[in-house]
Design a protein around this ligand. Structure first.
Ligand code: GDP
Ligand code: CA
Length: 313
């Protein structure tokens, strides 16, 4: 049996890491958001691919919450001394990824480069960019249209969110390994990790054909809520929902994924809210503090998906 998971960065990576650990090697495909990708100082930077990769390789920094553990910052200090742009932090170890990726991209598409880099780190599951074609998330805000990293890092999500659009999406195709995962007769479930529904899962679903193929595939599709008791665990998801006039509840998440998901895993604290028609809720503790939490939740998500499969469409 095989599983397809959709993930953004750090939040998605936690569940993806749990799924990677509990599923047999070679049976999990993780489709990762590349709407955050950008070129900085000549380097191709893929923040969400790196968050997932570092988590699965056990190289992620769990205290800082992003980037690599045991990081040092000599490059940034030297860059600052030279008067270089220093609003985007690049750790010394992390830098090796960006330099090597940029070099390898001269001869191969991003999905091949990502397969190569993740294999070198010993990762036994498939980490796949949503597309080999460039798609850039643009935030429409009260300060105008902002490139994603300007909104997210430079301005720390302070501008008021109006909408998001995906430059280049119309010409993009899902990466070949994602199409293969969706066509795999052994596919058992599709999991939408608890990533930001708008900023992280939104771009993946905006790749033409992605949403339609997921909806058309008659296997259980289960999402996880990024909200617990009205709060995002991390990041601007709750702020953005507020700016859109939407409550930070599982019902909002379920409605956002309407037509796509059969089930939503929510925190026990939110079970009272009630599920919209057509979506089954499963309540549990959805906070992942460590790999044990990630694996426990991944097992529950798979068990929930299997009950939905038995229940039938
Ligand atoms: P980013 O690209 O690094 O910002 O990461 P994602 O979009 O993948 O993840 C951000 C989302 O993950 C936020 O909306 C968080 O609320 C959610 N998140 C982070 N940690 C957890 C967790 O332990 N449990 C759940 N359910 N959601 C989480
Ligand atoms: Ca991201």
């Amino acid at each position: 049996m095989s599983v397809l998971a959709l993930a953004g960065g750090v939040g998605g990576a936690k569940l993806a890491n749990g799924l990677a650990a509990i599923l047999p090697p070679g049976t999990l495909t993780i489709a990762v958001n590349t709407g955050d990708d950008f070129t900085h100082l000549g380097l191709t930077i893929c923040p969400d691919i790196d968050s997932v990769t570092y988590a699965l390789a056990g190289l992620n920094d769990t205290v800082r919450g992003w980037g690599m553990a045991d990081e040092s910052w000599a490059f940034m200090a030297a860059l600052r001394d030279l008067g270089g742009e220093d609003w985007f932090n690049l750790g010394d170890r992390d830098l090796a990824t960006h330099v090597l990726r940029t070099h390898l991209l001269r001869d191969a598409p991003l999905s091949a480069v990502t397969a190569d880099l993740t294999a070198r780190l010993g990762i036994k599951q498939a980490v796949v960019p949503m597309s080999d074609d460039p798609v850039a998330s643009i935030i429409e805000s009260d300060r105008g249209d902002l490139n994603f990293q300007d909104y997210f890092v430079r301005y720390q999500c302070a501008p008021r969110f109006h909408a998001i659009r995906f430059a280049g999406a119309a010409q993009a195709r899902p990466a070949p390994a994602i199409l293969a995962a969706l066509d795999d007769p052994a596919l058992e479930a599709i999991i939408l990790c608890p990533s930001n529904p708008i900023l992280s899962i939104g771009p993946i679903l905006a790749v033409p054909g992605m949403r339609e193929r997921i909806a058309a595939r008659r296997v259980p599709c289960v999402a996880l809520s990024p909200f617990i008791a009205g709060q995002a665990v991390k990041g601007p998801a709750a702020k953005i929902m507020g700016e859109l006039g939407l409550p930070t509840t599982p019902a909002t998440v379920a409605t956002h994924y309407a037509g796509l998901i059969d089930g939503l895993v929510v925190d026990d604290a939110d079970l009272g809210a009630g599920a919209p028609v057509g979506v089954a809720f499963h309540g549990t503790n959805i906070l992942m503090r460590d790999p044990a939490d990630q694996q426990r939740l991944a097992r529950e998500v798979m068990a929930f998906a299997r009950t939905l499969a038995q229940a039938g469409p």
